[in-house]
Design a protein around this ligand. Structure first.
Ligand SMILES: Cc1cc2nc3c(=O)[nH]c(=O)nc-3n(C[C@H](O)[C@H](O)[C@H](O)COP(=O)(O)OP(=O)(O)OC[C@H]3O[C@@H](n4cnc5c(N)ncnc54)[C@H](O)[C@@H]3O)c2cc1C
Length: 406
């Protein structure tokens, strides 16, 4: 043996666990927390960095459902989501588990403004119906400076906005001893006696025997289905090209600009590592950006910002884009799914939250779908077994790596 090679590790007795969760975005992290709090033994395996993919790309808005009522009716999406902001609010205040009080809040609320068209006026009225969180109209003096000159109505909406990297960092802090980094297709020995039944998985000599395998790997789910000898799950990808704006003088803004039945732009704000303000710009611009190049999308974003924020000085702002395809459960229309989805295949569950805000609902549904615990290992025995395995870190936000230009 080479003198610098680590000694080979001998396989241990299988560690019985209730659930192996594969994929460490918000769906996997919240599920790990929920199962553990319910007394289940669970381990999360992440292939790269926690949150890489949709969670780190997301705008962090804890939607109340308003965006989904723009057609004026109270649809299934809005109904699924309306209880969620209160669940998150209690966690973020440290009054309920998981204790998310250390998570960075970008804002306590969002603003909502509209372009001055009749159709968007009608949509705002329809939107207010049936929601737990209702928009509150603001007098011009109470508006954020940058929205003062907007010709239409401006409202405040009590949707909190969180910093996704900080959210994932909090779950890592709470559960670091149950989260490992591995690519199960390459780094693990798998015992799969029949499709969808992962009887055991061995990583660096540690064997885990899960009763249920939960796939929360989003875009990685089809490849994992293949590894587990299953047909591809019912999923779809919706392309998006998000826009980033950066400047030391940009004011923080967390707001939706509504035009008719669609969200023309959704802007959320954060700061980069050098303290500059970053705007993430989504909504219609990002959907149209999916069909355009980087330069065309930036041109579109500039034109949109000039139209909907007339007082914004665009001359000092640098722009970049990033591709952020949504990976979600398939719908007949190809449009966004309305709520969480679980797909059962033998002892495997594919789980799709459809939105970050719905992660608590998804985790509750997964817990309810699990068979009862049987011979599962104690938390201490599990932590000991995993102690020397590689750990995962939190993903880097897109504005830290994007190439900006004027
Ligand atoms: C641009 C954008 C903005 C959004 N804004 C919002 C918003 O403001 N509010 C909201 O509620 N929702 C928002 N969403 C939706 C939300 O981000 C997603 O619904 C949510 O993050 C999905 O979480 P997830 O854990 O299912 O998937 P992901 O976050 O994509 O995580 C999947 C994880 O699985 C890992 N993985 C993949 N393959 C493997 C493998 N083989 N083994 C192990 N791990 C693997 C990946 O590395 C990744 O960490 C937004 C989405 C996008 C794209």
């Amino acid at each position: 043996m080479h003198p610098h090679m680590p000694p080979p590790t001998l396989p241990t007795d299988p560690v019985q666990i209730d659930a192996l969760i594969i994929g460490g975005g918000i769906a996997g992290c919240w599920t790990l927390d929920r199962l553990t709090r319910a007394g289940r033994s669970a381990v999360l395996i992440e292939k790269t960095a926690l949150g890489s993919g949709q969670t780190i790309w997301s705008q962090g808005i804890l939607h109340s459902g308003l965006k989904y009522t723009l057609a004026g009716s109270f649809n299934k999406s809005a109904r699924a989501i309306r209880e969620m902001p209160a669940v998150w609010r209690a966690c973020l205040a440290g009054e309920s588990d998981p204790d998310l009080s250390p998570v960075a809040l970008r804002s306590e609320h969002c603003h909502l403004w509209r372009t001055d068209s009749l159709s968007s006026r009608a949509a705002m009225i329809g939107a207010a119906a049936g929601l737990v969180t209702k928009p509150v109209d603001l007098a011009p003096t109470d508006r954020p400076e940058i929205l003062r000159d907007c010709p239409g109505k401006v409202a405040r909406l009590d949707e909190q906005v969180i910093e996704p990297a900080s959210l994932i960092a909090r779950f890592l802090e709470l559960h670091h001893h149950r989260i490992i980094r591995a690519d199960i297709a390459q780094d693990a020995l798998l015992d799969i006696p029949e499709p969808g039944v992962l009887r055991s998985i061995t990583i660096q000599g540690v064997t885990l025997a899960p009763r249920t395998t939960i796939i929360t790997a989003a875009a990685g789910a089809p490849a994992l289905a293949e590894v587990l000898h299953l047909p591809a799950p019912h999923s779809q990808t919706r392309p998006l090209r998000m826009v980033l704006a950066r400047s030391a003088s940009l004011p923080p803004l967390n707001a939706h600009c509504v035009d008719g039945m669609s969200t023309r732009v959704t802007i959320t704000s954060t700061q980069d590592a050098s303290g500059r303000t970053i705007w993430q710009i989504g909504g219609e611009v990002a959907e149209q950006g999916a069909l355009r190049t980087d330069a065309q999308t930036i041109a579109l974003a500039r034109a949109e910002l000039a139209a909907v924020l007339p007082s914004l000085d665009l001359s000092t702002i640098e722009f970049a884009t990033y591709e952020a395809p949504r990976a979600e459960s398939r719908t007949k229309s190809g449009k966004r799914p309305e709520s969480v989805t679980l797909e059962h295949c033998a002892r495997t569950i594919f789980a799709w939250p459809s939105k970050l805000v719905l992660a608590p609902q998804l985790a509750d549904d997964i817990l309810a779908a699990l068979p009862p615990s049987e011979n599962s290992s104690s938390p201490d025995a599990l932590a000991d077994a995993l102690a020397h395995l590689p750990r995962s870190e939190v993903a880097i936000p897109p504005w830290e790596t994007a190439s900006f230009s004027r």
